[in-house]
Structure formats: C-alpha cells, structure tokens
Design a protein around this ligand. Sequence first.
Ligand code: AP5
Ligand code: MG
Length: 217
Amino acid sequence: MKIILLGPPGAGKGTQAKFISERYFIPHISTGDIFRKNISEKTSLGVEAKKYLDEGKLVPDEITISMMKNRLAVDDCKKGFLLDGFPRTVTQAKALDLFLSNTGGRIDVALLIDVPKDLILNRITGRRVCPSCGASYHIKFNPPKVEGKCDVCHNDIVQRKDDTEATVKSRLDVYDKQTEPLIDYYEAQDVLSTVNGTGEIDQVFQNIKDVLKDIHK
Ligand code: AP5
Ligand code: MG
C-alpha cells in the first residue's frame, strides 16, 4: 500500500504512522524526522534545513523533492510506504505522482486526519520527544511511564524546538496556504479519505483501520 498522511501540525500524523507502519509492514517515512536527524548530525542538508524548521517555514521544494526521490528509491519502499509530512505543496505532490508513474505506480490513499485548530495548540505544546530514539509523548494525553523519561531508551525527553506557540502559529499559517490545497488535489484524484482525528489515540487508529480495510484487500 502507498499511503499519504495529510493533516495540520499536531493532528497526530506521527503518532498514527507508527501504528499503521507496524500493522501493514510498510516503512514510515517522515520528512520532518529526516530533516531533524540531519540537523542533529550537522550534515550539509541539516545545516540548510535548520533555518526553515526553526522558523516554522517549509524547506524549499527542490531540496525536499530530491531528498524524497532518494528515499523512495530504497528497496524497502518496493512493497509500499507511508508518507508523513510529504507532500506538503502541490509542486511536491506533482513530483511524487511523476516519480511513481515512472514505475507504473500511484498513491492508494491520501488519509486526512481531521482535527480542529483549537485542539492543535494543546497537542503541540504538550508534546515531548526522545532526542535519541524519536519516540513521541504528550504530557497529558500520552505520558511516558516515568515522568520526563523515554519508555524505550530511558533518556530525558525534550520539547521540539519548533513547538513554541509563535512557531506553531507560523506552521499553521503555512499549512493553510501551502498544504491545505492538497485536499482538493487528492479529492480530484479520488483517493482522499478523511478520518476524524479528535478522539483518543486508539479511537483514531480504529477510524484509520476502518478506512484501510477497504483498500488493503
Ligand atoms: P513535521 O515534523 O512534519 O511537523 P508537522 O507537520 O508540523 O507535524 P507534527 O510532527 O508537529 O505533528 P503530527 O501530526 O506528527 O502530530 P503528533 O503525532 O506528533 O515537520 C517539521 C518541519 O519540517 C516543518 O515545519 C518544515 O520546516 C519541515 N518539513 C517537513 N516536511 C516538509 C516538506 N514536505 N516540505 C518542506 N518542509 C518540510 O501529535 C502531536 C501531539 O499530540 C503529541 O504529543 C501526541 O502524543 C498528541 N496526540 C496525537 N494524537 C492524539 C490524540 N488522538 N489525542 C490526544 N493527543 C494526541
Ligand atoms: Mg510529526
């Protein structure tokens, strides 16, 4: 299955992607995670991307598309993939379509996790992540077993640098202007499915499975 996860920052894309990837045995590819890894390793891509992430702006299409073409060419994507945070502009969506059509493939479903804006700020400002393994938590809705420590590797969990209120505002603005048009784009291709993302984490995953069972036959 080739799945795209759409939704505003904080909608729960990363949280649900982990479950989907484990259940359907497809790699979870998050552009945000790839950029953050490059930033922590201080690669040239990371140095370039950092300026954009810190301000809540999109990394230019050229850089992002080229990075994703390399990632999608890796063997583990042959059986399908789950894209989290890509595409984020119509230009990126067209580049992805072209890339897939070269191998006779196409997207099976673009899953929109629908969450109203007033819930988003709480979700994002309460998020904590493990800098070592990338596991993600929420201080209230999904707390770790031991306060402040990652369940998986027991490191201290931290707040993402772009999870401040000011940067979240900029990210939401970018989403409205540059990413929301993708909803119409995938609707026109007849691959858009919208799931209610307001319930508890397990409930949202159930909503997603209900959609995917019709596609994964
Ligand atoms: P990215 O890392 O993709 O960030 P984002 O889209 O802003 O999304 P988030 O990761 O903030 O939210 P999420 O939907 O994954 O929510 P999560 O599951 O963590 O991108 C970061 C930056 O990288 C961008 O700003 C840009 O600069 C750059 N970038 C990335 N892709 C790019 C591209 N294609 N082109 C150009 N630039 C790009 O959940 C959030 C919190 O809520 C967590 O604490 C979680 O525990 C909690 N939660 C989740 N679900 C629920 C629930 N059902 N109930 C209660 N709490 C919940
Ligand atoms: Mg995420």
